[in-house]
Design a protein around this ligand. Sequence first.
Ligand code: CMP
Length: 154
Amino acid sequence: MKTGLQRQEENMKFLKSVPLLKSLPSEKLSKLADVLDLDFYHEGDYIIREGSTGDAFFIINQGEVKVTQKISGFEEPQEVRKLKRGDYFGEKALLSEDRRTANVIALAPGVECLTLDRNSFNALIGNLNELKEKDYGDVARGAQRSSTGTPTDG
Ligand code: CMP
């Protein structure tokens, strides 16, 4: 079994390799490594549901996810992207305190995510310009904003 210290060191090493976090000083990275949780999702699990509220931010540590979204003219949500190790998601609802803008679904053989709650997100990385300026082109693609939804992710 791994000790807390080993886990912290592994998290640090991985965080240093995440492109989003490259401008963070090691002091902040170390705080981040302290507060991150590790969660596992099985193939097909909805990590995030479009239209729900949510309080977590995710960085993929292992595996891949598929992002799907309601697009006008289509009955079923459409796949807009796949994300892999080192990619992140779930920042939109935290930055705007609004609803989730897409579904995020775990692909085989499962996904391991480092997760951050809203408070830690705000304190440690919510100010990064890359997050604030991120534009997925949702409007141009005809993505529909849901005004109603299930109460929380899951
Ligand atoms: P959030 O809206 O909180 O929850 C769904 C997440 O999916 C969203 O944050 C983004 O991180 C991500 N997302 C939304 N649209 C796209 C897209 N077009 N491509 C990749 N990721 C997206």
